[in-house]
Design a binder for this molecule. Sequence first.
Ligand SMILES: CC(C)(COP(=O)(O)OP(=O)(O)OC[C@H]1O[C@@H](n2cnc3c(N)ncnc32)[C@H](O)[C@@H]1OP(=O)(O)O)[C@@H](O)C(=O)NCCC(=O)NCCS
Length: 181
Amino acid sequence: MNGAEQPVLALAVDGLELRPWRAADAGALLAAAGDPGIRQWNLLTVPDRDAAEHRIARMRERWRAETGAIWALAPVDGGEVVGLVGWNDVDLAGGGAEIVYWLLPPARGRGLAVHAVERLTRWAFDDLGLHRLRLCHAVANEASCRVAGKAGYVYEGTMRGALLHADGWHDQHLHAVVRAG
Ligand SMILES: CC(C)(COP(=O)(O)OP(=O)(O)OC[C@H]1O[C@@H](n2cnc3c(N)ncnc32)[C@H](O)[C@@H]1OP(=O)(O)O)[C@@H](O)C(=O)NCCC(=O)NCCS
């Protein structure tokens, strides 16, 4: 990753692509932090535009440090960002990473998260050479559980009291997909 540009990845859906975040996307990140679902399930706290720009700059640093790879889901024609999908805890030596995602409300309800997760799963296996990919979500987040299953992430178990959300500790499902062969 270090030394290579983060690629733009085509998505065969709705005129959207996955591209690196830009400082000019700070407004979309602020909007996401103001959405109750994203705040609850992604624990996203972004108090102001400066913080949003800082977070976007951190994404670029994490790419160079080979620890994270975060994309904006956005129209190919340059319109506003509609979601985020990417990899946390990238471990190139250990061959693993954990996927994260959210969509702003207008982009929900048409299967976009599954498309984006499938695309980044192919990228992580084929381009990055990872071996095992994780997807974790609060048990109460049924939409995320559906995304996991439809994108091919197999349920492996429940991690008790795994994450502190605004309303207390939540159990999490662990899903994963392992590279064939
Ligand atoms: C989770 C999220 C990314 C799903 O994105 P999406 O592409 O809009 O997903 P869809 O609306 O196409 O729904 C996926 C599936 O979940 C189902 N679903 C949606 N909302 C649901 C709910 N509240 N309860 C149960 N199932 C639900 C849909 O019916 C669909 O199933 P189907 O394909 O079998 O019909 C999106 O809702 C979101 O950003 N939520 C807020 C943040 C979040 O939860 N992030 C994930 C943290 S792990």
